[in-house]
Design a protein around this ligand. Structure first.
Ligand code: FES
Length: 102
């Protein structure tokens, strides 16, 4: 049974044939997934947060995109600083980051 506290989806523009084509991937989202995983490891949150990369959410102009459940919070225009902030304020402290929501 999976008992993660949060489930995070980050668009890496994956397609069904496995290729990454799209705005989020071109904007560095695969590296942001790695950054997120590093941050979670450094903060001792790896067991609490499940991370999956996804295909296009259909709002590429606001990407890179991340969705956090169980709240269903959508974040956009992600960069490394945003990943750090979301880790600290949302995934660690439990408060969604209003200024980064879309
Ligand atoms: S490629 Fe990420 S939302 Fe479209």
């Amino acid at each position: 049974m999976v008992s993660a506290k949060y489930h995070v989806f980050i668009c890496t523009s994956c397609t069904l044939n496995g290729q990454q084509r799209g705005f989020c991937a071109k904007s560095g989202s695969p590296e942001l997934v790695l950054k997120l995983m590093e941050e979670l490891e450094d903060r001792g949150l790896s067991a609490d947060v499940m991370v999956n990369n996804t295909g296009c959410f259909g709002i590429c102009n606001r990407g890179p995109i991340m969705v956090v459940y169980p709240e269903g919070v959508w974040y956009g225009n992600l960069d490394e600083q945003a990943i750090e902030t979301i880790c600290e304020e949302h995934l660690e402290a439990g408060h969604p980051v209003e200024r980064l929501r879309i």
